[in-house]
Design a protein around this ligand. Sequence first.
Ligand SMILES: [Mn+2]
Length: 665
Amino acid sequence: MNTEKEAVARLRKELKLSQITASLLCARGLSDTAAAYDFLNPGVSQLHDPFSFLDMRDAVSAIKHAIASKKRICVYGDYDADGISASAILYKTLVQMGGQVEVFLPNRMEHGYGLTMDNVKSLQGISLLITVDCGITSIDEIEQAKKMGMTTILTDHHECPPVLPQADYILNPHRPGETYPFDSLCGAGVAFKLAQALIGDAALEMIDLAALATIADIVPLLGENRSISALGLKRLNEEPNPGVAALVQKACTKRNAEIDAQTVSFVLAPRINAAGRISTAKTAFELLTENDEEKLNDLAEQLCALNADRQQRQEKVVSEAVRMYTESGDPSASIIILYQKDWDIGIVGLAASKIAEAYMRPTILLGETEPGLYTGSARSIPGINIYEAMRSQAKLYEKFGGHAGAAGLTVKEEYLPQIARRLDGYLKQAYKEDVFRPLKTYDFEIVPAEINNALISELERLRPFGFKNEQVELLVRGARLENIRSIGEDRHAKFKISKQGREINAVVFGTSASELPKQADIVGTVSVNTYDMKPQMVVSVLSYEDTLLQRLQKAKKYLERMTAPAVSDRQIYFVPRSLLLEIYAVLKGAAERKITFSDEADVAAFIQKYAPVTEPERIVFALTVFREIGLLEMKKNDRIHIVIYTGKRELSNSRLYKMFTSGEM
Ligand SMILES: [Mn+2]
């Protein structure tokens, strides 16, 4: 067995890499030279043979036959960026081949996700039905299509249920016994493989759409997906689909900035998704398939407006969900399940990701679609397979499907409390507690002297970054922060990181100059600043140990200024009644024994020692609540004396406690 060190040395030598890049590749599981080489050189040669799919040859002949005999073909897609891109790829391919093609995109509000019975019944006169990004769970609907005389080709990438629909041909990399060598394609990735099988290299002209969907659908950016996204991003920058180009023009404020995976995730995909979420996916489909410039500009504008609307609706669901959770959620439960009659089912998935991220819990949010029937989305956190977890309760859903990271479901209202309890039980049994804590990770520890443009351009070769191939985060431990200057109306700051006599420029967003410490462990990404072409670090995490007293003072100030608890405040500050009682007992003991303290940190340390609470922020919360209800006074002469007042007190008389719990009273 080779040791890690030997592997790093071998990669350095054989691929002429720096120590840092070679170590990074090994740490990401690419210690084999050939695998590392492929990773660094994504390209057409790494696209697999589409005919490795079990049913590809037969599916291709069925399609060619339908085209030759002038039969009507329906591409049945989906309303998200993946389903829309998949539909666009196949539509363009079939039109190019001379096919009579129509596209059906279900409407989220009217029909819901995927192939539905009513929609299939509406496809009178269709001879060949090809699903993209959906269909793998639609047993009855495929049967119906066949009854109506359709030949059916099912292309999908979702997990396969135990019994598959009796489609004529199935292209799904997850299908049991499938011979295709890569199982993480997105729906548009599968459609792209079909296009390759049908028209060969001409399909490469649509690889930008496949890349867009691959990034938007959050499939791992590894293996073939890495080549698809790298090639597709290159095309997006050089010769993009005209609709995407129009959207970039409207949506991207920075002229001529490179379109990278982050632009796709944060700018393009949300706008394409917005169409299906709150209006009709048709708008986005047209954008990807039209050519008329004027029409494209109009469509791009519509998508930007829909996206603004989507953001607003999302804010509403998020803030209501936060309120419900902080008021009556159980912080010890390992999953958050919330539902409201009027929640927009096009939005709940996005809102669920925000809640999951904020509280580090898998989250399911649902809205009512029919009386007593709820439809919603689950979003997971890293390390938890939500699909597996939810599948353990499959009998309780009307409809269910998804992946490790996200799932969708339809369920009767009466089952929701039971589902919440059972999923909590399942997750507690299946996972260790530490998956519920936020990760603070970095890839490599470095000193400023090692950061230079050569290293940065080597690290660039690991792009595109995204799911399962995250941005490279570097740690500079014990760095001094010098020349701190505020930028952007003091919302952000610029400074120099210095260590061992060498320094580099750094910038931090969302932290003002006055909040920065003199010294910190800094985790961030490195890039070349386009203004001066010098390396700079974009800081993602600044961690520095405040003294206990500093943390207490900060917490006190923060709580004094608070008017409504923010998303994460409950986890940091809130102390429930039972724990308040324990802290109270400890303070009462100190008062009775006439123990005095040198300062507030000394009081906090005493509480930490005798009560089951360690975080200074929570101690400040407890002390503030006691003061507010007139239970406690801390008298300060040269030392602090604790004075406890007796008599009945109501927690509801505490402004702070009430703010965190107003729904429970
Ligand atoms: Mn998909």
